[in-house]
Design a binder for this molecule. Sequence first.
Ligand code: DGL
Length: 283
Amino acid sequence: MSKILLNKTQSLRDLPIGVFDSGVGGLTVLRGLKKELPNEHFIYLGDTARLPYGTKSQETVTRYSQHACNILLKRGIKCLVVACNTATTLALPALIKTIHNIPLIGVLEPGARAAVQASKNGRIAVIATEATINSGAYQGLIQTLKPDAQVVMQACPLFVPLAEEGWLEDPVTITVAKHYLDALLEQHKPDTLVLGCTHFPALLPAISAVVHSSVQIIDSAHTTAIVVKNTLEKKGLLASSPLSIPTHFLVTDSPHRFHIMAKRFLNDDIDESQIEWVDGDFV
Ligand code: DGL
């Protein structure tokens, strides 16, 4: 009996960690996860057919997120990371109600915690998608952690297609960054800028070009990876030995397009055979 239980736990530990985003943005989180958890096997789903999530309603984002998570759950995963701020903000409450058997981790709280830890004067700016900004979730979380924090928010919807397009440090991207950030930085003088969308760290070269070097730029990749590691450790679910299995990618639109972007985002030599098309409508 105990031998069977041991084998069960053992095989559970060696299951992949599922990671999900609307597109390539979550790859910035995957990069952090791979760095922190080099022994693990990952399966990543980019819901590229339905991107962007950030301009859609809570009902739609919740429905898309449930589909995406079900696809990953059916593959057999030991933990699910929602590597999308929009999906974390709008869909996590619904996902929590249905996913009980494995840890479910979003990126919002780790990002808010990192910002509060980094800020010295409590003036924190958050940039994210329209949906994340309109939800007020970041502001609420930051002020729960640090009640006297002054939080200023700015939606930057054009950053998502620019990142998906790979225009990471193009002059057009710098112009867009200036348009979104100049007034906010000038008027509010934050000491910390939270990249509250997992696509935005890819645009760091363009964003850094318009933000003073004294402003700390925070993304949730590293802090989320630490939360995932601690959670797996606590539950005895870390891989029993280095798995050395290449990441498997699932996409709901063209694998070829995703392949080009994934190589750039991860700075890794991914083979196109690692990318599989799945039907996000049929689960
Ligand atoms: N990467 C997603 C996020 O963190 C948003 C991109 C989208 O609009 O789909 O919010």
